[in-house]
Ligand binder design. Sequence first.
Ligand code: GDD
Length: 453
Amino acid sequence: KVVAVIMVGGPTKGTRFRPLSFNIPEPLFPLAGQPMVQHPISSCKRIPNLAQIYLIGFYEEREFTLYVSSISNELKVPVRYLREDKPHGSAGGLYYFRDLIMEDNPSHIFLLNCDVCCSFPLPDMLGDYLLSLLNMLCSLYFILACTNCNGFISPFPFAEAHRRYGGMGTILVIKVSAESANQFGELVADQITNELLHYTEKPETFVSDRINCGVYIFTPDIFTAIQGVSTQRKDRANLRRVSSFEALQSATKTASTDFVRLDQDILSPLAGKKQLYTYETLDFWEQIKTPGMSLKCSALYLAQFRFTSPHLLASGDGTKSAKIVGDVYVHPSAKVHPTAKIGPNVSISANARIGAGVRLISCIILDDVEIKENAVVIHAIVGWKSSIGKWSRVQASAEPSSASDDAEGDYNAKLGITILGEAVTVEDEVVVINSIVLPNKILNVSVQEEIIL
Ligand code: GDD
């Protein structure tokens, strides 16, 4: 059996997602019409012999109760939310629930970060058991029949995955631009064996353009590795306690011995020890830390629907339908006027009302929004219950803003996006460009490059 664990983090991690994280935990924010966490959950469904999916986080239990019960029913796979009493780190959180996770006696545990957007090639990472066996027999034959043993090329490269590597874990890896690599865990792998040789988390100087995608498969030995880190820390803390000067410091350190980060505390020290391997994806991959990135990722998932779930995309067929351009999702309860023109990259959530002559391009329209006649929304996120007046424009500027890049908050402005929080009213004929508007505001004058508090 196999289980999957998705790390959803908690409210303190969601600050960059404001103002959208005010009323919904970031993992439940809709991308392409489905909660962010549903994309990895749906991918887990493709894993053979999947027994359970656990979401581990430190959000309040009630925030996930409804969602996990409805998604369990829909996918016919048990999904459970497990709440940590405090953040234990990306590996500590997994370890905290080890007894529950091991209840099904799984041979493998998939571990997924919630805030990444990709095709989650999970069954490929695990590898096909029979092909692995064939590959092994072929390599054995090659070694016996040939003197140059390094020349073996696998006849079934698809099987070059976790089962064949035989290590404790396999990490999904992607090649990114050298300039962006330092925002992630950079790693070096052996080109022939795929063994992880070196790992540095967000290094200051360039190490490699191959990065950690935050998607892993482990054997249950991962728990022993995490326990090893905690034990080492406790021992060190006990030693320190001997010194009276350090007594106070020691108390603090003991309290945090169960906080273990997967990247720095586990992957880095285990690199080069024949325990960890890599699996490189050539598909799409992005990290979703800001609303701006959620718009980009919504587009990626909509494009993926063309192959995985075409029935979810609006077709624009029929005389009563609006004109649809490119990939668009419209919730069945939303009402879109036939003279509106929608797309590409638009997702419209439940009970939204889109009026006559409205033009929507690259945007996420959340539940209960009303967009009145002839309004235009381009490259924007419109919060729940907001209303946009007739002939108004809510958009990003044509050119990305030149705002300074030192603060995290400027990231959205740099990307060029407008975000309206919950229940914002934009009155008729008002233009809102590259701005972030906090909930419950009424805009009766046009604004540009502003944060309306
Ligand atoms: N349950 C729980 N408890 N989840 C946590 C905790 C915790 O205490 N801390 C972090 N997480 C979750 C986050 O929600 C996220 O899904 C994942 O664990 C990793 O978060 P971080 O530890 O904050 O790392 P990061 O997102 O900055 O970078 C990691 O992911 C990148 C890929 O997106 C690193 O592993 C990078 O190397 C990697 O490139």
